[in-house]
Structures are given as structure tokens and as C-alpha cells.
Design a protein around this ligand. Structure first.
Ligand SMILES: O=P(O)(O)OC[C@H]1O[C@H](OP(=O)(O)OP(=O)(O)O)[C@H](O)[C@@H]1O
Ligand SMILES: Nc1ncnc2[nH]cnc12
Length: 171
């Protein structure tokens, strides 16, 4: 399937100069959504994973179905002020702004092998912060997987580990 045909590109959203990759047009098509999750799962075949972590909000719509597909648990990384338990948090920059991400302190056991899933890799701020939070808890990142990668923003350069980084659709 040509997933690019299913992803709507919106010029100048949410700011001038940004070409926003809107995945709602892919997700509303059940066949395309299911195939995207299955193809993302194929990208991480053979990886030894205990748990999937996904950052709010679009990381949930990729990470949670991927976790079910792989028979693994799912841990949310959320924006500031959303998680009710004890947290660790970290501020970061992204393509069109700034934000703070948090994770429950008891969400990951030291030594657990973590696969991070998100809809999109742009500047890499979100993924770098998510990696930082997981590592603060003693988790071991074993891979990162994205539906979309904006290769021209070089987000991969912010990922320093020697684990695999995969994306299904590249712009
Ligand atoms: O590589 P980066 O430059 O960090 O950008 C990528 C992130 O930006 C988007 O999330 P956003 O923060 O817009 O939040 P949302 O998922 O709640 O829409 C997207 O879902 C990624 O998580
Ligand atoms: N260009 C873009 N489209 C959709 N989500 C994004 N997150 C960061 N940059 C983005």
C-alpha cells in the first residue's frame, strides 16, 4: 500500500513553514491503519522487547495497537500535569514549539527492554526526551520505530544509542 497517499499534508500548520503530516486520514481507513501497524511490527521482528513506550498523543495511536499486536504492555509518556502518580519529567524543543514530558516512576523496572513507538520523527526532541526518561528509570532502549520520518530534519542525529531506528514512510 502507498501510505503517502493516505497521509494528508497540510501546509503552514500549526505555524507558517511547517508541512504538517496529518495521519487522521490514514487512521480512518481501517485497512490502511491495520496494515500500517502490521508493517511497523514487521520492522521490529526479532527484537527482544519487554514493553512498548509511546509519547502523548499520537504515539499512543501507534504504540498501543503495536503493543497489542506484539502481545506486550504499553507505557504512556505524557505531557506535563497529566499523570497522577510519582513522575520524572523533562523539557524539550520540537519542530514547532516547546513542551515537557513525564513518565510514572514505577512504569518501567530497571533492566527492562523498551521499544519506543511514535507516529513521527521530526527534529528528534520528543524521542530524545523519551529516551532520557526511560534511561532515568533504568530501562534499556532496544529500538525506536516510527510511522513517519522527516529525514530532512535529521532527527536521527539526536538518537545516540546503538539500537535500530526504523520508519515506515520517509519524506
Ligand atoms: O521529532 P520532534 O520534533 O520532537 O517532533 C515529533 C513529535 O511531534 C508530534 O507530537 P506533538 O508534540 O505535536 O504532540 P501530539 O502527538 O500531542 O500532537 C509527533 O507526534 C511527535 O511526537
Ligand atoms: N511536520 C510535522 N507534521 C506532523 N507532526 C509533526 N510533529 C513535528 N513535526 C511535524
Amino acid at each position: 500500500m502507498d501510505f503517502k497517499q493516505k497521509i494528508r499534508v497540510v501546509q503552514d500548520f500549526p505555524k507558517e513553514g511547517i508541512r504538517f503530516k496529518d495521519i487522521t486520514t490514514l487512521m480512518k481507513d481501517g485497512e490502511a491503519y491495520k496494515l500500517a501497524i502490521s508493517n511497523i511490527a514487521d520492522l521490529v521482528t526479532g527484537l527482544d522487547v519487554d514493553v512498548i513506550v509511546g509519547p502523548e498523543a499520537r504515539g499512543f495511536v501507534i504504540g498501543a495497537p503495536l503493543a497489542i499486536h506484539l502481545g506486550k504492555g504499553f507505557v504512556p509518556v505524557r505531557k506535563s500535569g497529566k499523570l497522577p502518580g510519582e513522575i520524572v519529567e523533562s523539557a524539550y524543543d520540537l519542530e514547532y514549539g516547546k513542551d515537557t514530558l513525564a513518565i510514572h516512576k514505577d512504569a518501567i523496572e530497571p533492566g527492562q527492554k523498551v521499544l519506543i513507538a511514535d507516529d513521527l520523527l521530526a527534529t528528534g526532541g520528543t524521542i530524545a526526551t523519551t529516551i532520557d526518561l526511560i534511561e532515568k528509570l533504568g530501562g534499556i532502549v532496544v529500538g525506536c520505530v516510527f510511522l513517519i520520518e522527516l529525514t530532512y530534519l535529521d532527527g536521527r542525529d539526536k538518537i545516540n544509542g546503538d539500537y535500530p531506528v526504523h520508519s515506515l514512510v520517509k519524506y
